[in-house]
Design a protein around this ligand. Structure first.
Ligand SMILES: [Zn+2]
Length: 238
């Protein structure tokens, strides 16, 4: 997916201001994303309460808009400005980021448009906002990783089911591996290009395919709730 690189200055500023206004508005009436969000009672809407989430989102928008990679600063940013993608803070300290796709399909099952939500950990945004360079770089890695997932599904190369639900078949385990491998690999290439790969040494110590796969397997098996890790291990030993 490619977007025009030539944009006039004034509409861009207006779009940025509109986006900030929209996101500040959403932040004031929306709780941080939580696993049990659907089960909780809806609280009465509060007016004019400045929460840390609002500040973080303004900062996060800036990081998105000025990201060194076009996949983020152009593709993701334009989707956010067009309100096809929403940005939400994630209050799970163990998470690194998440893209939840909402594909819009026609009656034949063809993808018309990919919408969705980009979840970014609040704790990570806070650390990066305090000016810690390694945390800002890590935030940039996370955003690039999720932009790869966006492209994978928007292009039709992967089904949104692979990212949404634990895999139920070997075919899905293969797709799940390929989807994550591509995102982590691109993350590592970027980290190496800016000399910051030591931040994510556990999976970016090498791009040599076999060693990279072994390192990645150790990372991915940690939070799988399906049986894919067993399958992946068997495949890696072949
Ligand atoms: Zn991923």
């Amino acid at each position: 997916m490619r977007h025009k690189q030539t944009r006039s200055f004034t509409p861009m500023i207006l779009a940025i201001m509109a986006m900030i206004a929209i996101l500040l508005g959403m932040g004031s009436k929306t709780s941080p994303t939580h696993k049990s969000a659907l089960a909780t009672t809806v609280m009465p809407q509060q007016k004019s309460v400045a929460t840390p989430l609002e500040l973080n989102q303004s900062y996060l928008l800036d990081v998105l808009r000025t990201h060194p990679k076009k996949e983020v600063s152009e593709v993701l940013w334009q989707k956010i400005a067009a309100r096809d993608l929403r940005v939400r803070g994630l209050d799970d300290p163990s998470a690194s980021g998440r893209f939840r796709p909402t594909p819009i399909m026609d009656s034949h099952g063809n993808l018309i448009k990919l919408m969705g939500t980009l979840h970014v950990p609040l704790a990570l945004i806070d650390r990066a906002r305090r000016g810690e360079p390694s945390n800002k770089s890590y935030l940039q890695f996370v955003l690039l990783h999720e932009s790869v997932h966006y492209e994978q599904i928007a292009s039709g190369r992967f089904s949104s089911e692979v990212i949404l639900n634990p895999s139920t078949s070997l075919e899905e385990c293969v797709a799940g591996w390929n989807l994550e491998r591509e995102a982590y690999y691109r993350e590592c290439q970027f980290a190496m290009s800016i000399g910051q790969d030591s931040i994510i040494r556990s999976y970016c110590s090498t791009l040599e395919p076999e060693a990279f796969d072994q390192n990645l397997y150790k990372v991915l098996r940690q939070d799988r709730t399906d049986n894919c890790s067993t399958f992946w291990e068997a495949e890696l030993q072949k």
